[in-house]
Design a binder for this molecule. Sequence first.
Ligand code: OGA
Ligand code: MN
Length: 217
Amino acid sequence: MLAPPFDREAIDQLIGDLADRGFGVLTDAIAAPLVDRLVADCIAREDSGEMARAAIGREEAHTLETRIRRVDAAWLDGRSDGEAAFLALAEQIRSAINRRLYLGLFEFEAQFLTYPPGGFYARHLDSLRGTRNRIVSMVVYLNSDWEPAHGGELDIWSEKDDFGPPMATVAPRAGTMVLMLSEEIPHAVRSANAQRRVIAGWFRVNASTGQRADPAR
Ligand code: OGA
Ligand code: MN
């Protein structure tokens, strides 16, 4: 298996920022060889037709909400060395977050996202407070040749009621990782002028420990 590049100090800083202000950004979190493998895995999904135009969330799995989001998506399942290495890295981050923030994160799920030219994702939260489901969001960018003309930057606000200019704007450059509190941090993807590839993941708690009984258990 490809060893996940894991800079403990940098990841600790990222998690510290997540704790202090609800989000953190780390450039070069994923080294180029692993990014390249993940890009190949993403392209394989595109070519095999596994990617479906994404709906918003699981509840609306059959709704194509093109006003809010225009992107194709496929779940990671660890089928390749690259995916396995990425999931191993996510697991290390999961336990590091739990050690530091006591969030009791229980599992991780992630999707490859491919935004076509003109793709975007309007301002949203990844999880609604009270559902106790997605707690921490992770975004990892896979665009090795990104340049400003390609657009598709991620805007991040500090809290739900913050409708001012974004607190941070992140270029979707290969290897950059973003962590955000899923229930607190609104974010949006500006319209991309070129194809834009991402892994978007969510650390979740076991739904049955939240307010709703998990019908699957
Ligand atoms: C998401 C999301 C950010 C991005 O999938 O929920 O916010 O940069 N993605 O694509
Ligand atoms: Mn999101």
